[in-house]
Design a protein around this ligand. Structure first.
Ligand code: SF4
Ligand code: SF4
Length: 74
């Protein structure tokens, strides 16, 4: 089956991110991971994998307590 599906793209403001991993836990597509990059506050930040199956569902942005995530759909 090759149904058309929405493509999403996620932008993470790494200086807002605290590395809590909630967005990772709630992404149904496994499109966010914890990177090895530290932000200025010393947290390992979440990063988006654009090669995955992100649908732009927005769960990650809803869950982020620090409003660090923006979701775009196309
Ligand atoms: S928009 Fe949905 S599919 Fe895309 S990264 Fe966020 S939770 Fe995952
Ligand atoms: S939910 Fe927000 S603060 Fe937590 S890891 Fe994801 S982007 Fe960072």
């Amino acid at each position: 089956m090759t149904g058309r599906s929405l493509k999403g793209y996620v932008k993470i403001d790494k200086e807002r991110c605290k590395g809590c991993a909630l967005c990772i836990d709630f992404c149904p597509k496994g499109s966010i991971f914890l990177s090895e990059e530290l932000n200025l506050k010393g947290y390992f930040v979440a990063a988006f994998d654009p090669s995955g199956d992100c649908t732009g569902c927005g769960h990650c942005a809803l869950m982020c307590p620090d409003v660090a995530i923006e979701v775009a759909r196309s």
